[in-house]
Design a protein around this ligand. Structure first.
Ligand code: ACO
Length: 321
């Protein structure tokens, strides 16, 4: 039982959709600019729902597809940078909602790489034999930390959640995961307040997401190009053996650059950025669930998952579905 296999996926998007045209009414922007520069046409916005609310629906859907009951889950790892509370963690809140107890439940914060980090952690728990059935979740309400007057960031993000169930198996599933970070890039992408630093900004509601977008863009393209090589080399795999690229959905141009690096036609890339915007930790499991449920991704397909986010953090996973 040295492998972890994906046995179910689920996702949830809050019902309210905000189009680019709607944003034109509040900030100096245009639908054409947003689509051309980012590929985003709309995003989902959670009005009252919390990160845990979104996560619970996605998790229940993943458990249903997996044919598992909440009691079967012995580990919950949840990627988020927009938790419900400082503590308990959103993973613990989710555990309570699912009516289970005893196994470890914790959050992982790696900004937009949060889901890949959560997957990497759960994969290693299963490989080590400390867990047999893990719920891995990415859930975010990014729109709560946006400055809706800042056109350079407010058009980019959306809310949502995705989840998957990993089970210990003799058959190859997750082949490898690769996690990295470099903490010297705080100045390029951050939310400038927390609990122990700049707490007064939170009180004054001045702590919004801020990003030097074009510098982050260059770093993202270069770093993701390298992690594709690292992942293929670690598994002695050729580019042609990857069936599907399931990337973090920040920007269509970043996704296209990574696909090009893999010599992969865009028909083999799962793209949801147009409809979801950047949902941070939630974007990969949302995309994965969409492509599994509509039948594009089939059992036995080789998947490359990758993400880049604030920190900076980046990571990838190679998966035999
Ligand atoms: N509408 C109209 N004009 C705009 C908008 C807007 N919404 N936003 C910026 N502009 C303007 C700028 O002010 C600038 O004008 P200027 O030339 O007069 O100064 C011009 O458009 C070009 O701006 P750039 O920032 O150079 O545009 P770029 O092509 O780089 O696109 C973007 C910006 C979309 C942010 C891109 O750089 C990007 O996607 N970056 C990477 C994002 C990412 O991957 N983040 C990591 C994950 S996020 C996380 O971890 C939380």
């Amino acid at each position: 039982m040295s492998y972890a296999r994906i046995i179910g996926t689920g996702s949830y998007l809050p019902p309210r959709i905000v189009t680019n045209r709607e944003l034109e009414a509040t900030v100096d922007t245009h639908d054409e600019w947003i689509v051309e520069r980012t590929g985003i046409r709309q995003r989902h916005v959670a009005d009252t729902e919390t990160t845990c609310d979104l996560a619970e629906v996605a998790a229940r859907r993943a458990l249903e597809m997996a044919g598992k009951r909440p009691e079967d889950v012995d580990l919950i790892v949840l990627g988020t940078s927009t938790p419900d509370l400082v503590f308990p963690s959103t993973a613990c809140l989710l555990q309570g909602r699912l009516g289970i107890a005893g196994g470890p439940a914790f959050d992982v914060n790696a900004a937009c790489s949060g889901f890949i980090y959560a997957l990497g952690v759960a994969h290693n728990f299963i490989k080590a034999g400390t867990s047999r059935c893990a719920l891995v979740v990415g859930s975010e309400v990014m729109t709560r930390i946006l400055d809706w007057n800042d056109r350079t960031t407010c058009v980019l993000f959306g809310d949502g959640a995705g989840a998957l169930v990993l089970e210990a198996s003799d058959e190859a599933g997750i082949l490898s995961t690769h996690l990295h970070s470099d903490g010297k890039y705080e100045h390029l992408l951050n939310v400038s307040a927390g609990i122990s630093r700049n707490h007064q900004l939170l009180r004054e509601t001045g702590a919004f997401l801020q990003m030097k977008g074009n510098e982050v863009f260059k770093m993202a393209v270069n770093t993701l190009g390298r992690i594709v090589d690292e992942t293929l080399e670690a598994n002695q795999l050729t580019k042609a053996e990857v069936d599907w690229l399931v990337p973090h959905q920040a920007n269509i141009r970043i996704i296209q650059a990574t696909a090009k690096k893999l010599n992969m036609p865009m028909e083999r890339v799962v793209v949801t950025v147009g409809e979801h915007g950047n949902t941070s930790s939630a974007s990969i499991p949302l995309a994965l669930d969409a492509a599994i449920r509509d039948g594009r991704i089939q059992r036995g397909d080789m998947l490359l998952l990758e993400a880049f986010g604030g920190g900076f953090t980046w990571g990838s996973a190679l998966v035999r579905y």
